[in-house]
Write a protein of this length. Structure first.
Length: 148
């Protein structure tokens, strides 16, 4: 089976970049990168104090915590958007192999939402944050991973 393309996903908790491996270099695989819509401080997003609740036994009261911290929720939304883009690419036969390079926490979020079609195409995983690297250095490091 001929490989249509090898994609490289480079992600952290704030953004995700998609590249295609071609002729020993990297080119953008899609016309856009994905990013968390806002990197606002929690204090700016959640201005109210937490609600109060009565204890189930006794007369005490305590503050209620939100079910998921805001920044974790943003990371999960980004992971879902990445998973959807990769599923779309697989469905349209745009990629055959996938290398995932992500910060450790983001890697866990991605694994939790990847479709089985996408999981089958993962050929390598690297738990590092390469999002800050310039393209020549990123190309060199990805080349080592791919054995080129």
């Amino acid at each position: 089976m001929a490989h249509t393309a090898t994609w490289i996903l480079v992600a952290d908790g704030a953004r995700a970049q998609f590249y295609r491996s071609e002729n020993g270099g990297l080119t953008p695989a899609v016309n856009h990168d994905l990013a968390v819509p806002t990197r606002a401080h929690v204090r700016d997003v959640q201005t109210d104090r937490p609600g109060r609740a009565f204890d189930t036994a006794g007369q005490g009261r305590h503050a209620m915590e939100p079910p998921t911290p805001w920044k974790d929720h943003e990371k999960q939304l980004l992971a879902k958007a990445v998973a959807d883009e990769l599923k779309r690419a697989v469905s349209h036969h745009e990629l055959d192999r996938l290398v995932v390079v992500a910060a450790p926490e983001m890697m866990g979020d991605l694994r939790a939402v990847f479709d089985p079609m996408v999981e089958r195409r993962v050929v390598a995983e690297v738990e590092k944050d390469f999002t800050h690297l310039p393209l020549p250095e990123l190309t060199a490091r990805i080349g080592k991973i791919l054995g080129a």
